[in-house]
Design a protein around this ligand. Structure first.
Ligand code: GLA
Length: 723
C-alpha cells in the first residue's frame, strides 16, 4: 500500500520501498508536514512538542503556533508570518484564510490535470486532501501522487470557490515544503541565451533565495528547479531534496529560511503579475510540481528526474525510440538558400548516413532577414519554386525524412497576418510596441488566434508532408495586455497564454502522431517538463560550440535526460564563439544529446565526410544506450578544465564514457577517471583497445584518460561486459 492512513493518529504515510512522505493533521485541522526522506516505518515524535517550544510568544490560531509549524498548505494572515502558497483576495478586500481539513480520498492511479501537462501514473497512488475556509467558502484540494519505481512525489493544488462571492487568486503555487533538517546549500540552474542552465550552488542564508522568471517563458535565465542539501552533498553522496515544475511560463522557485532555520521551499506559477478571478463555483488548477528525494547525491536525484521524464512525461511514437540523425540548414545557409542549394546539402547528408533533412527559418512569406513574415506560413516561391511539397518530394526521393521549422507563436509587423489582424498580438492599445528580434507575440489567450495557428501550421505540415517539426519561440513577453480580456482580468494573460499554448500543442501533436516534434526557444529558452510532455526533445542551446556545450548539457542533465537534449555538430570556427574544436570532440559532445549536424556538409573535405560517415554508424549503433541508458555525471566543467559523463545500459553490460579536456595544459599526467553504475563483479572490455578491466577497478581506481595533445580533445570509451 503506497498510501497508508491511520485514523487514530490522523497520519497519511505516502511511501515506496525507498522513500516516505508523512503528513499529520494537528488538532484535526491543519495538515502538517512531518517527514520527507528515506523510508521509515513511522514517525512517533510529536511535531507539536517540537514546534511549540519557542521562547518567544507567537500568534496562535485555535491554540496553534502556525508561524513555527511546518505546513503543507501555508497561507499568510492567520498567524504564519511567512509567505504562503495561496493568496485569495475576498469580496471585502481581505486575504486571510483559515484552511482546515475537510475530507480526503485515496485514489488508485493519478488523474490527469485539465488543460495542463502532467505525468502519467497508472501505477501511482494519489492522496487528495480537501481543506476549506468556512468564512469565505474557499476550498483547496492538495493532490500527492507516489510512484512505486521512482522517488518522486507529484503534487498539485486545485482551488475552488465554494462561496457566494467572487474571489481573486493573487498567488496559487503548486507545492510548498517546510524542511527542518538544517539544509545548508541550494543548487539551481541559471544562465542566459547561449549559456543556459549553468550549475550554481550557494549557501542558504536567512531570508529569501531562489530562481524565477517573469518573461512569460520558463526562460534561458532560470530553470524551474532547485535542490537543497547539506554542504557535504556531492554528485554521489548525501541527501538531496529537489523541486521542479511542469510548466513553461513565468515561475517562482523560492526558499525562505526563517529565524528557526526552517527552510520553506515553494514552487509554482510566478505570483508577480498574476491574478485570477474565481466566480462562485469556479476552480483553478495549478501546474504539477515534482518533489524528488535522493539519498545518493545529485546524480541520484538526476536519475530520478530522468526516469520521471522518460517513463511518465514524454509521450508518443518517439518517446522511447531511436531518433533520426538530422542535418539542419540554419548554420549552413541562414536565410540564403534556394531549392538547389538545399537539395545539394540533402544529397550530401544522405551520402554520409544522415536520416532527416530539416529546413529551418526563411521558407515562408518573404523572409530574407529576420524582420518579416512570421505568421504568414505560405511557401516562398522565390526560394522554393515547387513549393514545400516539391522540395519535400525530392528530399523523400533521396531517402531522407523531411523536417520543417516554425515559429507559430509570433507575428512580424511586416506580415499579411499583422496587416489583417493588428490586434492579434499582445500589446497595450495606444502605447508604442516593444519589439524584440523585430517581432511581436501572438495573443494565445484568444480562441481565434489559437485556431489560426493550428490551421496554418497543420496546413503547412500537410503541404510539406513533414516528418519532423522544430517549434521555435524567439522572444519573451512585455507590454502585457490582451484585447480579449477586460481591465479586471489583464493579470490572467500570462497564464492564459500558456494554457492557450498547451491547447495548441495538444491539437497539433495529436493530429500528427507520427511526426517528431522538437521544441526550441532561441535555443534552450523553454526547456521544461511542460514542453517535454508534448515534444520529446528540445534544442538545448543556440550555442553549438562543443566546449560551451559541455557546460550547458552537463547543467541540463541535472533535471533532463539525454534523450531530450538536441545537440548538433557545427562548423569551426564556431558561429557563436569563434572557437575551433576537433570534429571528434564536437561529435562526442553531440552524442550527449539527440544527435545531428548544423553545418554546410558540401564544403567539407572528403576525409571529414568519411569521418562523419563513420561517426554516424557509431551513433546509430550506440543510440539506445546513449539516449536511454542510466546517465552519470563524472567530472564537472564548472569545477575545472575537464568534463566527463557516461551512460550505462539497464543490465549494466555496456557503457559509453566520454571525457573532454578544455584548453591543453602543459606537463600534465594522464587523468584517472573513476566510473559509476557498472557491475563490480563483471569484467569489461574496452572495444577499441581490447583491454579488459574489472567493474570494481573501474569504479574505484578508474579508467586512465590519455594526456591531451592540443586543445579540447575528447576521448570516448565503449565498454562491454565480458562473459
Ligand atoms: C532560433 C533558433 C535557431 C534558428 C533560428 C532561426 O534562434 O534557436 O536554431 O532556428 O531561430 O531564426
Amino acid at each position: 500500500m503506497p498510501i497508508l492512513y491511520s485514523p487514530e493518529n490522523q497520519v497519511f504515510h505516502l511511501q515506496n520501498d525507498r522513500i516516505s512522505y508523512i503528513i499529520r493533521l494537528v488538532a484535526g485541522k491543519y495538515p502538517i508536514h512531518q517527514y520527507w526522506g528515506k523510508k521509515v516505518r513511522a514517525i512517533h515524535a510529536d511535531v507539536m512538542e517540537r514546534c511549540c517550544n519557542q521562547q518567544e510568544e507567537g500568534f496562535t490560531l485555535h491554540e496553534l503556533p502556525l508561524d513555527t509549524l511546518p505546513q503543507e498548505c501555508p497561507v499568510f494572515g492567520c498567524g504564519d508570518m511567512r509567505q504562503g502558497m495561496l493568496e485569495v483576495r475576498q469580496a471585502d478586500g481581505s486575504s486571510a484564510l483559515d484552511l482546515c481539513y475537510d475530507s480526503h480520498e485515496i485514489l488508485k492511479g493519478k488523474p490527469a490535470l485539465k488543460g495542463l501537462p502532467s505525468a502519467r501514473g497508472e501505477e501511482a497512488e494519489t492522496l487528495v486532501l480537501r481543506l476549506r475556509d468556512e468564512h469565505s467558502g474557499v476550498a483547496v484540494e492538495l493532490s500527492y501522487s507516489v510512484y512505486p519505481d521512482i522517488d518522486v512525489i507529484a503534487r498539485n493544488m486545485r482551488v475552488v470557490n465554494d462561496g457566494e462571492q467572487p474571489v481573486v487568486l493573487e498567488r496559487a503555487l503548486s507545492a510548498c515544503v517546510d524542511l527542518e533538517n538544517t539544509h545548508a546549500q541550494l543548487t539551481t540552474l541559471s544562465g542566459a541565451w547561449a549559456r543556459e542552465r549553468q550549475i550554481v550552488t550557494r549557501p542558504l542564508v536567512p531570508g529569501h533565495q531562489g530562481v524565477e522568471s517573469v518573461r512569460g517563458a520558463s526562460s534561458h535565465q532560470a530553470c524551474p528547479f532547485m535542490a537543497l542539501g547539506k554542504s557535504t552533498v556531492t554528485e554521489d553522496e548525501g541527501e538531496v531534496y529537489a523541486l521542479s515544475l511542469c510548466y513553461s511560463g513565468s515561475f517562482w522557485a523560492d526558499v525562505f529560511v526563517d529565524c528557526n532555520d526552517m527552510a520553506r521551499a515553494q514552487i509554482g506559477i510566478q505570483p508577480f503579475q498574476f491574478s485570477w478571478e474565481l466566480k462562485p463555483g469556479d476552480s483553478f488548477q495549478t501546474p504539477e510540481a515534482y518533489l524528488c528525494y535522493s539519498a545518493n547525491g545529485l546524480n541520484g536525484m538526476s536519475r530520478e528526474f530522468h526516469h520521471l521524464c522518460g517513463r511518465y512525461i514524454t509521450r508518443g511514437k518517439y518517446a522511447h525510440a531511436s531518433r533520426p540523425l538530422l542535418v539542419n540548414n540554419w548554420e549552413a545557409t541562414y536565410f540564403d538558400f534556394n531549392e538547389d542549394k538545399l537539395l545539394e546539402l540533402a544529397a550530401c547528408a544522405k551520402d554520409v548516413g544522415i536520416d532527416l533533412f530539416v529546413l529551418d527559418d526563411g521558407w515562408f512569406g518573404h523572409r530574407d532577414v529576420d524582420n518579416s513574415s512570421l505568421g504568414d506560413w505560405v511557401d516562398d516561391r522565390r526560394k522554393l519554386p515547387n513549393g514545400l511539397r516539391g522540395l519535400s518530394d525530392k528530399i523523400h526521393g533521396l531517402g531522407l525524412k523531411f523536417g520543417l521549422w516554425f515559429e507559430p507563436e509570433m507575428i512580424s509587423p511586416d506580415s499579411d497576418l499583422y496587416r489583417a489582424h493588428p490586434d492579434w498580438c499582445i500589446h497595450i492599445p495606444g502605447r508604442m510596441q516593444v519589439e524584440s528580434r523585430h517581432q511581436l507575440v501572438l495573443d494565445l489567450s484568444r480562441k481565434e488566434v489559437r485556431e489560426y495557428i493550428i490551421d496554418a501550421v497543420s496546413a503547412a505540415m500537410e503541404r510539406g508532408n513533414v516528418d519532423y517539426v522544430k517549434w521555435d519561440m524567439n522572444r519573451n513577453m512585455n507590454m502585457l495586455h490582451s484585447d480579449g480580456l477586460d481591465s479586471a482580468h489583464q493579470k490572467e494573460l500570462n497564464h492564459r497564454y500558456i494554457l492557450g499554448l498547451y491547447e495548441i500543442l495538444e491539437a497539433v501533436t495529436s493530429r500528427f502522431p507520427d511526426v517528431l516534434f522538437e521544441s526550441c526557444a532561441g535555443g534552450g529558452g523553454r526547456f521544461d517538463f511542460g514542453m517535454m510532455y508534448y515534444m520529446p526533445q528540445a534544442w538545448c542551446s543556440d550555442d553549438t560550440d562543443a566546449f560551451m556545450r559541455c557546460r550547458i548539457q552537463y547543467g541540463t542533465s541535472m533535471v533532463f535526460p539525454v534523450s531530450t537534449m538536441g545537440a548538433h555538430v557545427s562548423a569551426v570556427p564556431n558561429h557563436q564563439m569563434g572557437r575551433s574544436t576537433p570534429l571528434a570532440t564536437r561529435a562526442a559532445v553531440a552524442m550527449g544529446g539527440t544527435y545531428g549536424y548544423e553545418l554546410d556538409l558540401t564544403r567539407l573535405p572528403k576525409e571529414e565526410l568519411d569521418e562523419i560517415r563513420r561517426l554516424n554508424e557509431k551513433v546509430k549503433a550506440l543510440q539506445p544506450l546513449l539516449l536511454y541508458g542510466e546517465f552519470y555525471r563524472l567530472c564537472s566543467p564548472f569545477e575545472g578544465n575537464k568534463t566527463a559523463f557516461m551512460s550505462v545500459s539497464e543490465d549494466r553490460c555496456e557503457a559509453v564514457v566520454t571525457h573532454v579536456y578544455g584548453p591543453a595544459e602543459p606537463n600534465r599526467q594522464p587523468v584517472l577517471l573513476p566510473l559509476r553504475g557498472l557491475d563490480a563483479e563483471k569484467e569489461y572490455r574496452d572495444v577499441e583497445s581490447g583491454r579488459v578491466y574489472g567493474g570494481d577497478e573501474l569504479m574505484t581506481h578508474g579508467l586512465t584518460i590519455p594526456r591531451a595533445w592540443g586543445d579540447y580533445m575528447a576521448t570516448q570509451f565503449h565498454l562491454v561486459a565480458v562473459d
